[in-house]
Design a protein around this ligand. Structure first.
Ligand SMILES: [Ca+2]
Length: 158
């Protein structure tokens, strides 16, 4: 796990309701399943994106820090065929699919098993977008972990 801690950058998105979402970006490509496990072992969860606000904040952070996209998020449709966030059990309501996605592409890279896990961004596209692609869950990608925390600021002190 030591590599896990070396490869992250920490950032926060602060929401109006005073919940801070703490994120780390782990630049070590692993399968979607392993990413789920690694985040959990770090006391966090594989990231989910639940609003346009969150999506834009993540996009800005990734661009500002020179990341090239292609990160696992916690969404999968391996259950009943609908997309859920595996970490919260909630259905994926807000979506940011890239044009033509999800396409469940069955190609050589995924041994024609199809694509059932959500990837944030397509590093091979230019310009690099922050939208989502469905990608083969056994493929290896870097990933983003998150943790929700209460914010503490002067405004909270009564
Ligand atoms: Ca796809």
């Amino acid at each position: 796990m030591s590599a896990f801690y070396i490869n992250f950058i920490l950032f926060y998105i602060i929401f109006q309701n005073c919940v801070c979402e703490k994120y780390i970006v782990v630049n070590e490509p692993v399968s979607w399943f392993q990413a789920l496990i690694n985040c959990k072992n770090a006391g966090m969860e594989l990231a989910s994106v639940n609003s346009e606000e969150e999506s834009k904040a993540l996009d800005k952070f990734l661009k500002d820090n020179g990341y090239t996209y292609g990160y696992w998020l916690a969404g999968t449709n391996l259950g009943d065929g609908s997309y859920y966030w595996a970490t919260t059990g909630r259905k994926v309501i807000y979506t940011n699919w890239l044009s033509g996605q999800p396409d469940n592409a069955k190609t050589e890279y995924n041994k024609r098993e199809g694509e059932n896990c959500i990837q944030l961004g397509m590093p091979t596209y230019s310009p690099k977008p922050n939208g989502w692609n469905d990608y083969g869950c056994k493929g290896t990608l870097p990933y983003i972990c998150q943790k929700d925390e209460l914010c503490y600021s002067d405004e909270n002190i009564i």
